[in-house]
Design a protein around this ligand. Structure first.
Ligand code: ZN
Length: 388
């Protein structure tokens, strides 16, 4: 592998130098050739890494087939001349980054095994931010990131203490060099707060993170069209998640949760905290909202999808609807049959905070949905038949 990389980067260096040192016929031609060359070169090199083709077979002749250079023979002789003078680490940051940017997370991990210098380059936040956002951006929020920071700090303190104890015991009772070396090595294997470390911990299922799950417990009738806080762990073999919910003193576990049933909590607060509604005066029939609800005051809130309905007195006169001028607001939960006691509830827009009782449960804060994406997501989770 090392030989492979040395060969490949040596090649890059030589070609770079060739273009730098050789003065071509005109500046426009140079610029054009250079742009074409660099673009194709990085794509070509990245593709070679991806396919893991042996760089023993990777020669200038192969690459020259990819470009249309008028100075082929001159570059070739320069390549041959400098072939033995450059090394992998001579490559400047910019061209190296351009190549590394094209690698997948898995390929970056493989590249990082080559040497310390490449390990450092391959773990830069700059490279991993893009991968993190692309794969985890819709389920990993600020609260999860704060938990990750605490997780890293606590793991490293624990690991450090364990290693110190281990090292002391080994030093006292087993003073063999190789054993001590292993203890010292283990101590260095710490998690760090880099994005690469976070990404890999998520990917390997080593870190449980907070997020919210729609239709928890596989669409249990008691939770249909709701979204609850949970601790999530990813399983890369099945590309699904395991969730732990904490309803009231006991943990409930659910497995095989797909990506589309997760989201970043829209309100960054504890699930036991009442959300202060700031949209009550704006609620109109047909608006899409989420409202907090909990079975009793010991339970955490979940967010429930609802649509603002018309008052009973408005029936049949909707062309002259005055519902938005009334203090009472009707919330409809249309996933329930019209005969269900859960089908609708009323709140007062002037003084609503938390309303309910031990039988009906407690309705808390409301957030109005302005984003089409959010509304569409709820509609995609609609049950195939009404819930009683
Ligand atoms: Zn109305």
């Amino acid at each position: 592998m090392l030989y492979f990389l040395i060969s490949f980067v040596s090649f890059v260096m030589i070609l770079s130098k060739s273009f730098t040192n050789y003065k071509p016929l005109s500046s426009n031609a140079t610029k054009l050739a250079s742009n074409l060359f660099c673009g194709k070169l990085f794509s070509f090199l990245a593709s070679r890494i991806k396919t893991r083709t042996s760089f023993l077979a990777f020669s200038f002749f192969q690459f020259s087939l990819f470009i249309q250079s008028p100075n082929k023979s001159l570059v070739l002789s320069k390549f041959e001349e400098d072939q033995r003078k450059v090394s992998l680490l001579d490559l400047h940051d910019l061209p190296l980054d351009c190549i590394l940017e094209k690698l997948s997370p898995n390929e970056l991990c493989n590249m990082a095994k080559v040497c310390k210098s490449l390990r450092k380059s391959c773990r830069s936040d700059y490279l991993w931010e893009k991968h993190m956002k692309m794969k985890w951006g819709k389920v990993f929020g600020d609260a999860a990131y704060r938990e990750w920071k605490c997780f890293v700090a606590s793991r490293n303190v624990k690991s450090s203490n364990q290693c110190k104890n281990q090292k002391k015991i080994l030093h006292d009772f087993l003073p063999f060099f190789w054993i001590k070396s292993k203890a010292e090595k283990d101590m260095k294997l710490k998690l760090d707060d880099s994005i690469a470390s976070l990404y890999l911990s998520l990917e390997n299922g080593n870190f449980w993170f907070p997020a919210q799950v729609y239709n928890r417990e596989n669409g249990h009738a008691g939770f249909m069209m709701s979204c609850y806080d949970a601790q999530l762990c990813y399983d890369s073999r099945t590309n699904t998640f395991q969730a732990r919910y904490s309803p009231h003193g006991r943990w409930t576990i659910e497995e095989n949760i797909k990506w589309e049933r997760l989201r970043v909590p829209p309100i960054d607060s504890c699930s036991h905290v009442l959300h202060i509604s700031d949209c009550l005066d704006d609620l109109r029939p047909g608006d899409h909202v989420e409202i907090q609800w909990r079975r009793n005051k010991e339970f955490p809130y979940g967010w429930w999808y609802s649509v603002i309905g018309h008052l009973e007195t408005c029936q049949g006169q909707r062309n002259h609807c005055q519902c938005d001028n009334k203090d009472t607001v009707i919330l409809e939960f249309r996933q329930y049959a019209t005969s269900s006691r859960w089908r609708q509830t009323m709140i007062n827009r002037k003084n609503h905070r938390e309303e309910g009782n031990e039988i009906e449960g407690f309705y808390g804060g409301i957030r109005k949905l302005h984003s089409k994406e959010e509304i569409t997501k709820w509609k995609k989770l609609w049950p195939t038949k009404n819930v009683e």
